[in-house]
Design a protein around this ligand. Structure first.
Ligand code: FES
Length: 118
């Protein structure tokens, strides 16, 4: 059987060590720029690199716990869901990401749960 690339295949985007703790790197995909974050506990999350407020680059924000603070106006966005922390409202699309043997894989198809701002 030939290996046909499907649109929802996992793509290898690099190693865990390529991303500094509490940092992020941007992956350019057909689905737009996706920010991949690394927390202090070496958890990995992926969100559209676009704040639900006014489109700030979340990849340049500060990671704190399981949240990232947008660099423009300091909205806090939940890394696992992409949902803005109250009282702010909005959502940045989140994407499936996984770690296998220190290698990060990303699925460039937005998860459900964020109908607007995808
Ligand atoms: S653009 Fe992110 S808080 Fe305003």
């Amino acid at each position: 059987m030939s290996a046909v690339m499907k649109q929802n295949d996992w793509i290898k985007i690099g190693k865990l060590s390529d991303i500094p703790k509490l940092g992020a790197r941007v992956v350019e995909t057909d689905a737009g720029n996706i920010a991949v974050f690394r927390t202090a506990d070496d958890e990995i999350f992926a969100l559209r690199d676009k704040c639900p407020h006014k489109g700030g680059p979340l990849s340049q924000g500060i990671v704190h716990g399981n949240r990232v603070a947008c660099p423009l106006h300091d909205w806090k966005i939940q890394l696992d869901t992409g949902v803005a922390v109250a009282p702010d409202e909005g959502c940045a699309a989140s994407f499936p990401v996984k770690l296998e043997d220190e290698v990060i894989y990303l699925m460039p198809v937005a998860s459900d749960g964020c109908p607007n701002n995808s």
